[in-house]
Design a binder for this molecule. Structure first.
Ligand SMILES: Nc1nc2c(ncn2[C@@H]2O[C@H](COP(=O)(O)OP(=O)(O)OP(=O)(O)O)[C@@H](O)[C@H]2O)c(=O)[nH]1
Ligand SMILES: [Mg+2]
Length: 224
């Protein structure tokens, strides 16, 4: 799997993937605009076109990943403090797909309460959103998949949400450690029917895996 954004990685691509990556690059170079920040179901923007949401534990790097994908440092608000994103934040990418930054789950000790709070609004969104094409489930590569993540996977599976695993902060690991965590995540993804069989290995800081993820999301967008 291609995990490098560097131009010299291009020779590893099949001709089909080279086209997909180029389409992804072009789409994500277009305008990305804030649409809405919702704290309740009635406040959600009307369903209008395909959406991809970013889920994961607090501080896993959801907002940073949206910024890396769109090439904007400050589009989605990031923070050292877990629990930064409290609303469902919708961004429109060139009128072709929407990116949804979800609140994080499972920080601090009160993870059960936290999941409950997370689920009330987010669960309603996940279950009732026909325009939601895929949820990218982010996992901090230093921690790997935790039980709290598995609870979320179960929610996705039970709600028939199509989801894919994204490992974040790969830059914090040595190459050997990266390979081990990728392998473990691939193994786990393979046990879920609703999960994309691959794993996206990323670093928002270093641009790792970003081109590949752009291509994946572009495949779900309204064609040009
Ligand atoms: N080294 C490194 N740090 C990262 C990366 N991505 C995010 N971070 C850092 O992780 C912290 C949390 O990032 P956010 O993007 O705010 O995380 P989030 O998942 O949106 O957090 P909540 O909104 O609180 O749920 C910030 O200090 C980021 O700078 C990465 O790829 N590499
Ligand atoms: Mg955030």
């Amino acid at each position: 799997m291609m995990t490098d954004d560097a131009p010299n990685g291009a020779e590893d691509l099949t001709p089909e993937d080279a086209i997909r990556f180029e389409k992804g690059r072009k789409l994500f170079a277009r305008n990305c605009d804030f649409i809405a920040a919702s704290t309740s179901i009635p406040a959600l923007p009307p369903m209008d076109g395909p959406e991809v949401a970013f889920a994961g534990r607090s501080n896993v790097g959801k907002s940073s990943l949206i910024n890396a994908l769109t090439g904007r440092k400050t589009l989605a608000r990031t923070s050292q403090t877990p629990g930064r994103t409290k609303q469902l934040i919708f961004f429109d990418l060139a009128g072709r797909i929407r990116l949804v930054d979800l609140p994080g789950y499972g920080y601090a000790k009160a993870s059960k309460t936290d999941i409950k709070a997370w689920t009330s609004l987010t669960l309603a969104f996940l279950k009732g959103r026909q325009t939601l094409m895929r949820v990218m489930l982010l996992i901090d590569s230093r921690r790997g998949i935790l039980d709290v993540d598995r609870e979320i996977m179960k929610i996705f599976d039970d709600s028939a949400v199509s989801w894919a695993l994204v490992l974040t902060k790969l830059d914090k690991l040595k190459v050997k450690e990266q390979q081990a965590v990728i392998k473990a995540a691939e193994k786990e993804a393979a046990t879920h029917v609703a999960a994309w069989p691959g794993v996206f290995a990323t670093s928002s800081e270093k641009g790792l895996g970003i081109a590949e993820l752009r291509a994946h999301i572009t495949d779900l967008a309204i064609p040009e």
